[in-house]
Design a protein around this ligand. Structure first.
Ligand code: 5AD
Ligand code: SF4
Length: 450
């Protein structure tokens, strides 16, 4: 049977989509290849959020195409995901070796398209149409990792799309309008995962706090998203629940209260703030103020004082003044994020921000990016250092990515902890004393494990 190489760019949603495609292909008998130049099928699952991600995927495909086509005339070369959706056929015009383009609502069709291309039944497939119900099609999992060992954690896609239309963001155009799966469907997928050894699920969507707003709605003062968390929480054998990404707008009191009430809901939150300036938040069409964001953080910390909070920030949005940038710096100091992903603004075509006045010079964006990153690192280092001496529960996920001789897991606050231990700890919840802190990593004292 043919072998498939898949490379994923971008967010966890993309990782999850790639996993589902891989699982479908493996179920049909395909094998997974580690080297694109030895594969029969090369799929790049692309990201459009920033131009750099698009350029990387295009560069990779053109490199693979030039090497592979001469060796394997019949190889299938495909783009999937957000760039496939937004550019469609244009990608084949640009890279004529590419013969497959699969949009964001068509991942479940990838296997059929590949089969028909390999069999010579079609020469080119571009499938980027909208498809009703496609949000419920990302459900197959490939839990066996490269080491044949079962995964302990898993992503579960709960919804697709976003209706927020932040002025910088391409996602509403590449992923479409919000569509949610049913609670029963999601719970049943989570149950299957738990039966296969998964202990922790991360509920995924572009804007998970909008989950089921139209399809399910509020009940007893609880949003559909909180109802979903409650239902997943009921699953025996599931130890931990996380989600990403929420929107600050959706952080109602019902969700804050859920953190206090539902012990499986881990005390960590990735809440994208984007900017600390009210003027800027307005231009970004974010739908909250700096004060409201700070209030959410205060409320969460009142319920779970040890909660780990991370965020996304954009620097260099059109017209960003020195004052507005300073407001973002001061917000970071005020909140003390565990970590923040700081992005340089990237113009995305057809978004409102692309047409805004005063696009900032590259050098200024670089300068602000470096300055904010240094501040974020400094704050994070202090927070991580403060954990030393504490005993924390970690869920052991497998060998450390940096040093295979050690094991690693995550605290409930979502900090990575590395410790000396063997495979027998995989999947276990262990209490570990933190003996030192490195760069966004903690090191545990293995003595306590004996
Ligand atoms: N430029 C830079 N960063 C962006 N993001 C989204 N769109 C853009 C853009 N045009 C960032 C936001 C978002 C994260 C996933 O990517 O911070 O939260
Ligand atoms: Fe993009 Fe805004 Fe939707 Fe997030 S909430 S996916 S930044 S439009």
């Amino acid at each position: 049977m043919p072998s498939v190489f898949i490379k994923t760019y971008g967010c966890q949603m993309n990782e999850r989509d790639s996993e589902a495609v891989a699982a479908q292909l493996v179920a049909k008998g395909y094998s997974m290849a580690n080297d694109p130049l030895k594969a029969d099928v090369v799929l790049l699952n692309t990201c459009s959020v920033r131009d750099a991600a698009e350029q990387k995927a295009i560069g990779k495909m053109s490199h693979v195409a030039s090497q592979l086509r001469s060796k394997n005339k019949n190889a299938v070369l495909g783009f999937m995901g957000c760039m496939a959706q937004s550019r469609g056929r244009e990608l084949i015009d640009k890279l004529p070796d590419v013969d497959l383009v699969v949009g964001t609502q068509k991942f479940h069709r990838a296997a059929d398209h590949i089969e028909s291309l390999l069999a010579g039944r079609s020469e080119i497939v571009v499938d980027t149409e909208e498809e009703k119900g496609s949000e419920a099609t990302i459900r197959e999992h490939l839990l066996e990792g490269a080491s044949d060992k079962k995964s302990v954690t898993s992503f579960v896609s709960i919804m697709q799309g976003c209706n927020q239309f932040c002025t910088f963001c391409i996602v509403p155009y590449t992923r479409g309008r919000e569509r949610s799966r049913s609670i029963e469907d999601i719970v049943s997928e989570c149950r299957d995962l738990v039966e296969r050894g998964v202990k922790e699920v991360t509920l995924l969507g572009q804007i998970v706090t909008s989950y089921g707003r139209r399809e399910i709605g509020d009940r007893d003062g609880k949003s559909a998203f909180v109802q979903l968390i409650e239902a997943v929480h009921e699953i025996d054998g599931l130890e931990r629940i996380r989600f990403t990404s929420p929107h600050p707008k959706g952080y109602g009191d019902d969700l804050v209260e859920a953190y206090g009430r539902l012990p499986k809901l881990c005390e960590s939150a990735h809440i994208p703030v984007q900017s600390g300036s009210n003027e800027m938040l307005k231009r970004m069409h974010r739908g909250y103020t700096r004060e409201r964001f700070l209030e959410i953080i205060d409320k969460l910390r009142a319920v779970r004082p040890d909660i780990g909070i991370t965020t996304d920030i954009i620097v260099g949005f059109p017209g960003e003044t020195e004052e507005e940038f300073e407001a973002t710096m001061s917000l970071c100091r005020e909140v003390e994020f565990d970590n923040a992903f700081v992005f340089k603004y990237s113009t995305r075509r057809n978004t409102p921000a692309a047409g805004m006045d005063v696009q900032l010079p590259k050098e200024l964006i670089e300068e602000r990016h470096a300055k904010l990153l240094a501040e974020v690192d400094r704050i994070g280092a202090v927070r991580y250092e403060n954990q030393v001496g504490e005993t924390m529960q970690i869920l052991v996920e497998g060998p450390s990515r940096r040093n295979k001789a050690r094991m690693e897991g995550r605290t409930r606050c979502n900090r990575i902890v590395v410790f000396d231990g063997g495979e027998r700890f995989r999947g276990q919840l262990v209490d570990l004393k933190i003996e030192r802190a490195g760069s966004f990593t903690l090191y545990g004292d293995p003595a306590i494990l004996n």
